[in-house]
Structures are given as structure tokens and as C-alpha cells.
Design a protein around this ligand. Structure first.
Ligand code: SAM
Length: 285
């Protein structure tokens, strides 16, 4: 449930009895696409805000936390990810981070709703600045179908940057989708997926991890990180790897990276691998 009353946009999370809000100056855009309702607001302090079906997706001020953690830990874990696919991610922020890596030869973004990307180009141009990179390809089709039809053993990294597991994104959290990902990945390939809040979605995180293992993934790890615009302000991504473990990453590569990040570095990567007690206990990590 959400409301844009007076000068605040507030998203209420009934199941956890909490809410998050941003003070807004004005609504810049609202439309209903065949897939969802998209709204764009100008906030007083957080840049522009994109909302899909009442849920906050991106603010100009804090999206770097999410986009960097969805891409760099996986890219610095894989020895050399040449072929990368992003499922969802229509705001293009994850694509921009992926293309900072020279070893990436192609990055395909498979977004179901072209309007998300067109609105991001208009209201979040900084996130779209790598869309014309010759290595980038933007497709507007259902990621579940695309992955089911993907040629086997052709991908090194799959990043699932989706909305919550309802509506068009529901199937992205199920075993059948993970089986398609397993097939599409080369040996040593990695799947990384946004996995909601460790504080209020642990049951979902556990179910995702169990489904990933049931689909045949060898190792699974969940990395928490801060994200003020999402429920509880604390978020996570879950990584799964085909025929290899996730016990280490390329620390030297991360420490000497040749591009600028604002959150990610070798220390924040190490820190994200250290789970708090309640997560260890619940996830058995
Ligand atoms: N960072 C955000 C979060 O965690 O709340 C996600 C942002 S991104 C805008 C999510 C995108 O996933 C949306 O643009 C949505 O259209 C897309 N999406 C949802 N289901 C999809 C599917 N089945 N295939 C491809 N894209 C999908």
C-alpha cells in the first residue's frame, strides 16, 4: 500500500508494520503499461524517485548501493565473465555497473517492460549513460521465456534485477527458472539475484536458496547491504554458482579496479560476506 499525500510519498509494508517515505516536490509522470503502473516523482532531497505498482524502485541518491552490490561482487568472484545477462533491471543502473568491467564482452538486458527503460532514459539519464556501449544489447521480452530458450552453456553471469516476487516477476523466484539458468550458464558461471530484506523476508530467502540448490547449483551465498529506499532499509542479493564454490573472490582485482565506485570496494565486499548470527542460524551458512 502506498500514498502520495501532501508532500510525502510513503510506502507502507503492512506485513511488517513499517513504512518508508520521501518528501516530494511534484509528480513528474504516471502511466499504466500492459505490465504495471509506473510513477516518477521529484523529491526534495533524494533526486528523482521511480515507483512501480506502489513499490519504490530507484532514487537518484541511493541507487548506487544496490546497483554496485548487484554487479561487482559477482563480477569479482567470476575469474573472467565475458557474457553477462541482466534479467529485469530496466532502469539500466546495473547494466552501467557491469559495463565498467573490461572483461565483459557482451551484456544483454532482458526487461519485460520497455516503458521502464524509456522513462529511466528521461528521468535517470545518469543510469543510462552506458546504454550505447557497443557491448550492450537491450531486449524487451519476458526474462523467464528468454532464459528457457537460451542456448545451453553460453553465459558466465546472470543478474536477476527484478521487482518483488509478484506479477511478472513471480516466476523469476522459482525452481523452473533456476533450472533454465543452470542450463544457460557455463561451468563456474554465477547467478545473482536481488533477494529482498534479511529482516523481514528470511523465509523467502531460504526458499530461494533451497530452489537454487534443488536446481543443481553447487554453492549459494547471501550478501546483505544497506538500501534506504527498500523495506527496512536493509537489502540482500543471493549468489549461486554452477560446479564451483563461492568461498573466495578476486581480492587483488577488486583492490586495484580501474573504475570508480561509490560503495563497492574490497572491504565492503569482504564485509558483505560476513553474516550476522540470526542469518547464519536461519540459512545454515
Ligand atoms: N531495484 C529494484 C528493486 O529491487 O526493487 C528493481 C528495479 S528494476 C526497475 C525491476 C524490473 O524488473 C522492472 O522494470 C520490471 O519490469 C522487471 N521485470 C519484472 N518481471 C520481469 C520478467 N519476468 N522479465 C523481465 N523483466 C521483468
Amino acid at each position: 500500500m502506498s500514498s502520495a499525500e501532501s508532500t510525502w510519498f510513503t510506502e507502507n509494508f503492512d506485513h511488517s508494520g513499517s513504512s518508508i517515505g520521501f518528501r516530494i516536490k511534484q509528480q513528474l509522470h504516471a502511466e499504466k503499461t500492459p505490465f504495471q503502473t509506473i510513477e516518477i516523482y521529484e523529491t526534495t532531497d533524494w533526486g528523482n524517485l521511480m515507483v512501480i505498482d506502489g513499490c519504490m524502485m530507484v532514487t537518484g541518491r541511493d541507487n548506487f548501493l544496490y546497483h554496485e552490490m548487484m554487479s561487482h561482487p559477482a563480477l569479482f568472484t567470476h575469474p573472467r565473465a565475458k557474457r553477462v545477462v541482466i534479467i529485469g533491471g530496466g532502469d539500466c543502473g546495473t547494466l552501467r555497473e557491469v559495463l565498467k568491467h573490461e572483461e565483459v564482452e557482451s551484456a544483454i538486458q532482458v526487461e519485460i517492460d520497455e516503458r521502464v527503460t524509456r522513462l529511466a532514459e528521461r528521468y535517470f539519464p545518469e543510469l543510462c549513460e552506458s546504454n550505447n556501449d557497443p557491448r550492450a544489447q537491450l531486449l524487451f521480452v519476458d526474462g523467464i521465456k528468454w532464459m528457457a530458450e537460451c542456448e545451453p552453456e553460453t553465459l558466465d553471469l546472470i543478474i536477476v534485477d527484478s521487482t518483488d516476487p509478484v506479477g511478472p516477476a513471480e516466476g523469476l523466484f522459482g525452481e523452473a527458472f533456476y533450472v533454465s539458468c543452470m542450463k544457460a550458464l557455463r561451468t563456474g558461471g554465477i547467478l545473482v539475484q536481488q533477494s529482498e530484506s534479511p529482516l523481514i523476508h528470511l523465509t523467502l530467502i531460504k526458499a530461494m536458496r533451497n530452489s537454487m540448490k534443488a536446481a543443481g547449483f553447487h554453492a549459494v551465498r547471501t550478501l546483505p547491504f544497506p538500501q534506504p529506499a527498500y523495506p527496512t532499509g536493509w537489502w540482500s542479493c543471493t549468489m549461486a554458482r554452477k560446479n564451483a564454490d563461492l568461498s573466495s573472490f578476486r581480492e587483488r582485482g577488486a583492490a586495484t579496479k580501474q573504475f570508480v565506485t561509490r560503495y563497492y570496494n574490497v572491504d565492503t565486499h569482504r564485509a558483505a560476506l560476513a553474516l550476522p548470527e540470526f542469518m547464519k542460524e536461519a540459512l545454515g551458512d
